[in-house]
Design a binder for this molecule. Structure first.
Ligand code: SF4
Length: 277
């Protein structure tokens, strides 16, 4: 079948940097190291790195020796616990996540009550919320009742959210009538480029395949945005998840992939889908 790729898709610079740092550290150390949490939300990459010696610690108390902080970053309390345990920290926090962390700390210093628009359970958001006291995390209009009644509020967003979601939530917060509001756009440009390219492609094809880990927030957001274009979409991790009925009767398929989806998964999927009749 005819297969078209989104103009921007797959690994972002933050994920590439984290994987490079993991590989370099493994080569330097010549033995196993740990990442605090899976290095990226892609089980195939996690497995491939695990074979090279990158083990996963799920809690700071499990860390022994060298620990890699993944691109999502960590909060200051976790970092100080690791230091107090004598861990050697290799920090692969993405520069855009570091920027969001610094902005949260800066807003709090300026006297703003910080609001993070994001999923409270997402590791990046958990870490970012740790850079100021009493940060409030909200992600849906229903959660806005938890916001303070008045005062100065400072707003940032989970890097992987869409501009559309950020704008909608900021609009609802502004409508609550705070005396002062400072909004800082902490969205990731790499994610935004992938979202724009996916939406553009979804409008021109009969079916969209969104490739990436089921836990990947930015991949799920790509799937949601493509579905909003009215096209059939399938969020799959790899070619073996493909079922013939997903493409039967369709002439043109589009492919996009989240920021944590490696090139080899995209290439294998593209090649096999092109051969599908
Ligand atoms: S998605 Fe954006 S913020 Fe997240 S790691 Fe990649 S470049 Fe950094």
């Amino acid at each position: 079948m005819e297969v078209r790729l989104a103009k921007k898709l797959g690994f972002c610079f933050g994920v590439e940097h984290a994987i490079d740092m993991a590989e370099k550290t493994l080569a330097e150390r010549g033995g196993p190291i740990m990442s605090l949490g899976e290095i990226i939300h892609n089980p195939q990459v996690v497995e491939a790195l695990s074979l090279k010696g990158l083990k996963v610690a799920n809690d700071p108390s499990d860390v022994d020796g060298t620990v890699l902080i993944r691109s999502h970053g960590e909060g200051p309390e976790v970092l100080s616990e690791l230091r107090s345990r004598g861990a050697r920290i290799v920090d692969a926090t993405c520069v855009l996540v570091k920027r969001a962390q610094k902005i949260v700390a800066g807003l709090a210093n300026e006297g703003y009550r910080v609001i993070v628009i994001g999923q409270a359970s997402h590791p990046e958001v958990r870490g970012v919320c740790g850079y100021a006291h009493d940060v409030i995390c909200v992600d849906t209009p229903e959660e806005l009742d938890r916001l303070p009644a008045g005062g100065k509020v400072g707003i940032v967003c989970q890097t992987t959210h869409s501009l559309e979601h950020f704008g909608r939530m900021v609009g609802l917060i502004v409508a609550r009538g705070y005396s002062e509001i400072k909004v800082v756009n902490t969205l990731c440009s790499a994610v935004r480029d992938r979202q724009a390219a996916a939406v553009e492609l979804a409008q021109k094809v009969d079916v969209m395949f969104v490739l990436g880990g089921k836990q990947s927030a930015n991949t799920r957001e790509l799937a949601r945005l493509c579905a909003e274009q009215g096209v059939d979409i399938h969020h799959l991790e790899k070619w073996s998840d493909f079922q013939p009925e997903m493409a039967s009767g369709k002439k043109v398929a589009g492919i996009t992939a989240g920021a944590s989806t490696p090139k080899w998964i995209i290439e294998e999927f593209t090649e096999k889908l092109r051969a599908f009749e």
